[in-house]
Write a protein that binds this ligand. Sequence first.
Ligand SMILES: CC(C)(COP(=O)(O)OP(=O)(O)OC[C@H]1O[C@@H](n2cnc3c(N)ncnc32)[C@H](O)[C@@H]1OP(=O)(O)O)[C@@H](O)C(=O)NCCC(=O)NCCS
Length: 136
Amino acid sequence: MIRPLRPGDCEWCNRLLYDQYPGDPSDLSGQPVESTASGYVCEIDNVPVGFVTWVQHEQLGHYVDNLYVESRWQRQGIGALLLQKMQQEFDELALHVHKAKAVVFYEKNGFQIVCNAGTQNKHRMEWRKTKSGPAN
Ligand SMILES: CC(C)(COP(=O)(O)OP(=O)(O)OC[C@H]1O[C@@H](n2cnc3c(N)ncnc32)[C@H](O)[C@@H]1OP(=O)(O)O)[C@@H](O)C(=O)NCCC(=O)NCCS
């Protein structure tokens, strides 16, 4: 089940965020999640297993600043489900990616690299809704 992010999710989101980068927080692709953040949570049997947050960015529009899935639940379509929720809500999305595997994930979900953001593995990616449907 996908539901809106609530203020009480904040602690769990940040634990998941930091769990993904043990010992190297400089690799973090997003900012810590604040209780006022907007986004969605995926729950399985009432337990949260992944989340996405977004901000309204002055230049980049609707900007996905965090997307994380618990390790044991990865590669089962949960990241795509959270992204699809965003793609239903908005006509365009932007984000930055730091990992090659995540670039492949976003490309599979209709995003394209629009520029290399200066460092070797950091790319800006964008997605725009087409007339044929919400997903690509
Ligand atoms: C990136 C992430 C959100 C994808 O969520 P997910 O639920 O695992 O993704 P889905 O199941 O919808 O999509 C799976 C596809 O994503 C890519 N992918 C996801 N995890 C991967 C991994 N550990 N290794 C390689 N490819 C991976 C693959 O292309 C995969 O397709 P495949 O299984 O057919 O090879 C998740 O792996 C994650 O939380 N990663 C750590 C945090 C992160 O990198 N977030 C993105 C910040 S830019």
